[in-house]
Design a protein. Structure first.
Length: 240
């Protein structure tokens, strides 16, 4: 058996013992002494931290069953995509058990050393999917009556079209990061080469007003001096 297949076998053994066997202490032989995880939650470093995560999951989902969907490997790494089903029979973090059937998906990357031991691990879990099912999170629908949609058209003076085109994308990223911004896109007019059109969708008029007072908008307007042929034109709309 070559190293790639040996590494795959190690991951399947880890899943069998740690995840489906719920035995957090039966995996030491698979890991290097200098193993490190990359969890973004406050747990201990090294294998101790991985076991702490296992204990949290086993407490909240004691009957969890994880099934492999895909496994890809080379000489040093194994990537595994899997799905999990369980009953939320115990507390998860600070949330009480719901008794509900739960499912989620996982993607793991394991790095092996020359001795065939797992030396590093990364994990991406569909946490939002899980949290929604145990009512630790909810998807709130924004009432259409409060939303604001804006079409903004700016036209450049002759010879300044590129200046206008280059300036607008700079405001896109900070605008999308603002509270209440549901969508912000910038388009070039297909019929008027001097015109740039911005499509804005805001959760509320207050959010849009706050955006207009932002430093990045003020900086952008200052750069428009001599670039625009006139003030931008705005069309305000609301969803039906």
């Amino acid at each position: 058996m070559n190293n790639i297949e040996k590494n795959k076998q190690s991951i399947r053994e880890f899943t069998r013992i740690f995840k489906n066997g719920h035995d957090v202490n039966g995996i030491d032989h698979l890991f290097a002494p200098d193993f490190q995880h990359n969890f973004k939650v406050a747990v201990s470093p090294g294998l101790k931290g991985l076991k702490e995560i296992g204990t949290i999951m086993n407490t909240a989902f004691p009957d969890v069953v994880v099934k492999e969907d895909d496994m890809i490997a080379d000489e040093t790494k194994v990537v595994e995509r899997s799905n999990a089903v369980a009953t939320n029979a115990g507390p998860y973090m600070n949330y009480p058990p719901t008794g509900r059937p739960i499912k989620w998906t996982e993607i793991h990357i394991y790095r092996f050393n020359q001795d065939g031991k797992i030396v590093e691990h990364w994990a991406e879990i569909s946490s939002l999917e899980l949290m929604l099912q145990i009512e630790a999170a909810e998807m709130k629908k924004i009432p259409s009556s409060t939303q604001k949609v804006v079409l903004a058209t700016a036209k450049a003076n002759a010879g300044r079209e590129k200046d206008l085109e280059n300036a607008l994308p700079e405001v896109a990223a900070p605008t999308r990061a603002q509270q209440g911004c549901l969508q912000f896109e910038v388009f070039r007019s297909a019929t008027d080469p001097s015109a740039i059109i911005g499509f804005e969708h805001w959760a509320s008029e207050e959010d849009h007003a706050r955006h207009l007072q932002g430093d990045h908008v003020k900086t952008l307007l200052a750069r428009f001096d001599g670039v625009l042929s006139g003030p931008p034109e705005f069309v305000f709309m609301k969803p039906l």
